[in-house]
Design a protein around this ligand. Structure first.
Ligand code: FAD
Length: 476
């Protein structure tokens, strides 16, 4: 009798506990992915993530073919679909890796119930995070809400379990009907807006491994350079981690090994792993607060006087705010499905502070446009930026988009790439074109209010309005 492996956000073969156990059992293996937009509370993927998923499933199919296995695609509520497949194929057992997110757990619980009723065994494995969410508690028994002590506790636990090897063989199971990936319409047709994504990314496990190896080979420089959007020093692993094409413990072990081989890069590796720690932290927060994308972690913010301003929101989404670093970031996002972390913080701060627009609208836009849109990291970071989250940046600290641009895009390469209409301006004017004289603008071919907008809000006035709104909140 075959055993089923249910692939979820773990689209890889190496360090895949469920696949490993199924292969070890010696039984024929059926590999299945279920597209589930129907189960309660499971957040449907945004458009950019759907594009990624399609490529990633193709890559997984190709990897499985090297083991003479196939990937069965099914659509519907995962628990019902899998229970039916298990019965139909007379499976002896179903294996899967847990996703420690409440609605995903609920789906897995109903599958477990249905399999129990049908007398089919099931095995729930772990490997999505370095440390199991809920395993780290503060003294009062609740989840930890401050990153530094959280990460110290994670480090004090020592190394996570070692990654599992990729199976060398799989016994093929009799074929089962499968959907066609193209019928799922995960990718855009007309208009085909995915050209920038295709040019930027190579989804799949093999590409993830290459990125990790390249990243580790080119250190040092991460700790110092990670804040500069044009330097390309970060790993770019986030969408691969999001879809589980690589596991956090593979990253952990490879990074530790690299640091042991080259002690000079140890500080960079420590910093890099602590960033991976933020992913863990957000996952732990999400496990504790399943409605992280909807509710302020600090309830005091429920009364925050957000403005409703569709025109400002649209200008922000399109990269037409008149602030070059903000516009560069938003256009990078639209074009390539990603944005550098420093710039995410700047554009996020601009939306919630200068424009006083509710962080949830920014979170939703990111959810739809980021290839790495993650149910923990996206809302967790938005709450951090908005000042209403766990361990958040204080609301009254308002990023100055001009100074941020001048500091982190010193020679203007990032802005010139994404806002080419400003490329002719000299560096001292690039981040604040409205201070240029008419002659300087004309020489650079810039027409403010013409081919590039004037600022939609004055920095000082926007900052003051944000601080007044915050003061009002505190008086309530
Ligand atoms: P590296 O610097 O190489 O870091 C390694 C890994 O650590 C990343 O791949 C990522 O998995 C993790 N990581 C790094 N920084 C963070 C962080 N601040 N929070 C959580 N994990 C982190 N990251 C996502 O993966 N998905 C999101 O939806 C997401 N939304 C964000 C929204 C906002 C408003 C902000 C400010 C940040 C968001 N981030 C998100 C975090 C961060 O911007 C990205 O993880 C990072 O830019 C990815 O680039 P990298 O892989 O080169 O990172």
């Amino acid at each position: 009798r075959p055993v089923i492996v249910w692939f979820r956000d773990d689209l890889r073969l190496t360090d895949h506990p469920a696949l490993h156990a199924a292969a070890q059992s010696g039984a024929p293996v059926l590999c299945v992915y279920v597209r589930d937009d129907d189960s309660d509370g499971v957040r449907p993927l945004g458009a950019a993530a759907r594009w990624w998923l399609a490529q990633s499933l193709r890559a997984l199919e190709a990897e499985l073919r090297t083991l003479s296995a196939t990937l069965i695609l099914r659509r519907g509520p995962a628990a019902a679909v899998l229970a039916e497949l298990a019965q139909h194929s007379d499976a002896a057992a179903v294996h899967w890796n847990e996703i420690e997110i409440a609605p995903h757990r609920a789906v897995a619980d109903s599958l477990a119930d249905a399999l129990t009723v049908a007398g089919i065994a099931y095995h729930r494995h772990r490997g999505d995070t370095l440390v199991q969410p809920n395993a780290i508690r503060s003294k009062d028994g609740r989840g930890m809400r401050v990153f530094t002590p959280f990460w110290r506790r994670v480090l004090s636990l020592g190394d996570p379990p070692e990654p599992l090897p990729r199976p060398t063989t799989l016994r093929a199971a009799p074929a089962q009907p499968s959907d066609q990936l193209s019928d799922w319409q995960l990718e855009p047709t007309t208009p085909d807006w995915a050209g920038g994504l295709r040019a930027t990314w190579m989804p799949g496990e093999a590409a993830a491994q290459r990125l990790l190896a390249d990243f580790l080979a080119r250190q040092p420089g991460y700790a110092e350079g990670r804040d500069y959007p044009d330097r390309h020093v970060t790993s770019r692993l986030s969408p691969h981690l999001r879809f589980g094409e690589i596991s956090p413990r593979q990253v952990w072990y490879a990074a530790r090994f690299a640091a042991a081989e080259r002690p000079a890069i140890a500080p960079d590796i420590d910093k890099f792993l602590s960033e991976l720690g933020w992913r863990e932290f957000c996952r732990h927060l999400l496990a504790e607060h399943p409605d992280l994308a909807a509710s302020n972690l600090q309830p005091a913010f429920d009364a925050f006087p957000w403005r409703s301003d569709d025109a400002a929101l649209i200008a922000w989404q399109r990269g037409l705010t008149g602030y070059p670093i903000v516009d560069a970031g938003m256009r990078e996002l639209w074009h390539s499905g990603v944005m550098h972390n420093r710039v995410r913080m700047v554009v996020g701060s601009f939306l919630v502070k200068h424009l006083l627009v509710d962080w949830r609208l920014g979170e939703q836009w990111f959810w739809d446009t980021l290839v790495d849109a993650d149910p923990g990291s996206n809302p967790g970071n938005w709450q951090w930026v908005a000042g209403c989250g766990a361990d958040a940046a204080p609301y009254f600290r308002v990023f100055n988009p001009v100074l941020q641009g001048e500091k982190f895009d010193v020679d203007g390469r990032y802005v010139r790439r994404w806002v080419p209409e400003l490329a002719g301006l000299p560096n001292n004017l690039l981040h604040q074109p409205w201070t240029a004289t008419p002659l300087e603008l004309a020489a650079a071919g810039v027409e403010l209010g013409g081919n590039y907008p004037r600022p939609i809000v004055d920095h000082k006035a926007g900052r003051q309005r944000a601080l007044s709104a915050y003061a009002e909140l505190r008086q309530r």
